[in-house]
Ligand binder design. Sequence first.
Ligand SMILES: Nc1ncnc2c1ncn2[C@@H]1O[C@H](COP(=O)(O)OP(=O)(O)OP(=O)(O)O)[C@@H](O)[C@H]1O
Length: 607
Amino acid sequence: MTKERVPRMDKSTIPQLKNLFVRILPMLWKIAPGLFTVSIFIHLLQAAIPSLQLYLTQQLIDGVVSMINNEPGSWNHAVYIVGLQGAALALDNGLRTCGTYVMAATKQKANYELNRIVIDKCSKLPLVYFDQPQYYDQLQRVSKGVEYRGISILEYLFQLLQSVFTIAGFLVILANLHYTLAVGMVLLVIPILLINIKIGKQKYRQMVEQTEKSRKVDYLSELLKEREAAKEMRVFELFPFMKMRWRKLYWDNAGEQIALERRSLLKQFGAELISGIVTLCITFYLLLLTYRGQLTLGSFAALNQALATTRHQLIIAVVNMSRIHEELLFMNEWFAFLSMPEKSDSALSETTGETREEGIQVRNLTFAYPGHSEPVLKNVSFDVKPKQKVAIVGSNGAGKSTLIKCIMALYEPQQGHVSIDGERADKDGARYNKFSVVFQDFVRFQFSVQHSIGFGNLDRLEDRAWAEVAAAKAGASEFIDRMPRKFDTLLGPMFDEGHELSYGQWQKVALGRAFFKDAEFIVLDEPTSALDPIAEAQLFEQFAKLTEGKTTFMVSHRLGSCRFADHILVLKDGRLIEQGTHNELLALNGEYAEMYTTQSQWYETPN
Ligand SMILES: Nc1ncnc2c1ncn2[C@@H]1O[C@H](COP(=O)(O)OP(=O)(O)OP(=O)(O)O)[C@@H](O)[C@H]1O
């Protein structure tokens, strides 16, 4: 029963960082190869500019010294160098502007692609995942991360590339004086790199540990702001309580983050301070050489600048390296999400191997929700003949909705099977196209009436005549005709000019959607729970006609409506305890008869 649980992330599931790198780079490259190439080109050019500027500075200072010494031609030479400096500055500005634009365009493309991949994945995951908190934890990490992570790696990588080239140029200049200068500069930043990598790991661990709490923070924040809860929040005066909870959880997480940030900054400050002191010692050494006449003024200025820039660029490179490392850890969540199994082995397409039977056969069906040891359906078996109208009844929590989800292959049973015309569930949920459905918690699509009904069959989405027929079957025509733009009226309060419906009217739209799809099987899970008595009576009276030629399952607590059914299944605590027609079950004088008698007493006139 653990097979369909959302896989948890642990250390063993974190692949080698270099493997992640090998997976991410080609993926990002594929998203925008042109922009990727231009970016690399721009960053390489930008990397050459600091060395060029350094050379020009040295030339200029030595030129100025020549001017002071009144050497011939020194003025022209200095003006020429200043001109070159201007050109280098303009080139640097131009490249930076282009780079920013190219990066913005790449980000949009990558953001879209990474989100699209997550959306595609969500649509393929088994429905049971959506019932588990681990799924939402993982989704939260992926959704929040996706907008920054993959693309940040790209940005940091390009910056790193640029720094590495800039540093290489500067190290050559330093090594020309003495190779220990170059080696020393590199060694100096290694502690900073190690500290940053450690901080990255701590941040990642903190993010994973805080996910559930931060989802609670989001949930409470939604409760405090959204429309659904606004009424009860006011009437029950829940704001102070919810706000207090929200504040506590918010600061629990935020406090830990601030503490980690403080510790991290202190460590980084310490490491950078040491490297700064050593750099100062080297500057002092250069000063000494200049004092002894072993360096020209221009060379001193150039080397001094090289030293400062090398240190600065090395720190940037190190920070980028550790950021890349951190981003890779986060991207690992993304890959873990993408590698979630889309269907368990039990769902693989197979036929029963039996002779092709007609109708639906449910055999020894046992189903438990992931993480629950007690099955919700226990060894349920029954047959449904083609075109039969089946009612499923039972008390709250008996397993009625779960049963219909298993029949539709939305859930896969741990034992037993459901076959339709001799075939078991298909790997890609190909069974769905045979079903039309109104769920208990149907979706209130904030689209036009035409589309809300037309979503029943996308191939006929704009077919007005067909939508009118479906709306009439669902008893929705009357209120649609009264709306300002009839079938073109936008439904719901979320968008401008939206028209809110009553819950019963929404249910009629959902029914219309079910009728719009011309499916072989119709499943109605308490389809009249919000309908008024007249609308409900009309629906049941016409039920046979509305569902003519189709096999129908209807879950209902109104046992009076079951008289219209050809076959009734009575569930209790996940077991099928009775089945038969209305009259057969009354004659049996068991659970069904008791429920029916209890309910009908309400409608009898007292003597
Ligand atoms: N997503 C879920 N995860 C875990 N348990 C669930 C889930 N959905 C339902 N259950 C449990 O399964 C049992 C059967 O639920 P189900 O919704 O199938 O009952 P039902 O007969 O349709 O009830 P009702 O008449 O109230 O709609 C209940 O005990 C419920 O707590």
